[in-house]
Ligand binder design. Structure first.
Ligand code: IMP
Ligand code: MG
Length: 194
């Protein structure tokens, strides 16, 4: 597992996209996100050269990451989305994962890359892997933008990782709290009541 270690900035003051008492320190700023996504795209391009991978985005959190990552991969790839529910509106995992929207594209013989926003306990990913592995793909890898350090309950094999972040709940760049803050172009600490 690779991935840069993101540290919470020490400076207390940050200019946020909009005013909210819930928004804390920036964990990954917009420029760092874009730079890392470009690197991941180049890495995937090299690894999958002469192939046409199928990227599977996990809605809704991975939506922003997917649109940027896919444009950084110079291959004739395809995109599909799945929606699973594991969190409700709380900031802790329930351990229960349910498919809310399944794939449209057949996985048989495909080189599949699951695109995830964040791996916390790893339960969502372990469920997705198990489910998708049974569908006849040629290969199955994971590209996670963020991994929260130290909290994984399952030992997931993560081929591509953007950043490893400290154990704090974060929002922005697709990640939400109660459906809010997905549109922040950076990732920051959520300081509201979880
Ligand atoms: P896991 O099953 O515990 O690994 O949780 C993974 C899912 O929980 C992610 O795909 C997110 O949707 C959500 N999640 C976990 N941590 C955060 C966070 O810090 N902010 C927002 N969503 C999160
Ligand atoms: Mg998610």
């Amino acid at each position: 597992m690779s991935g840069y270690v993101a540290r919470v900035a020490s400076e207390a003051k940050h200019q946020h996209l909009f005013d909210s008492p819930d928004l804390g320190e920036v964990v990954v700023d917009a420029a760092s996100l874009q730079a890392r996504v470009t690197e991941l795209g180049a890495e995937i391009t090299r690894d999958y050269i002469d192939r046409a991978p199928l990227l599977i985005g996990v809605l809704k959190g991975a939506a922003m990451f997917m649109t940027d990552l896919s444009r950084a991969i110079a291959l004739p790839l395809e995109i599909d989305y799945m929606a699973v529910s594991s969190y409700g509106n709380a900031t802790r995992t329930s351990g229960v994962v349910r498919i809310v929207k399944d794939l449209d594209i057949d996985l048989t013989g495909r080189d599949v890359i699951i695109v995830e926003d964040i791996v916390d306990s790893g339960l969502t990913l372990s469920y997705l892997r198990k489910t998708l592995a049974a569908r006849g793909a040629n290969s199955l890898e994971v590209c996670a933008l963020l991994v929260r350090e130290g909290l994984q309950k399952t030992d997931e094999d993560l081929r591509y990782v953007g950043f490893r972040i400290p154990p704090k709940f974060v929002v922005g760049y697709g990640l939400d709290f109660a459906e809010k803050y997905r549109n922040l172009p950076y990732v920051c600490v959520f300081e509201g009541d979880g």
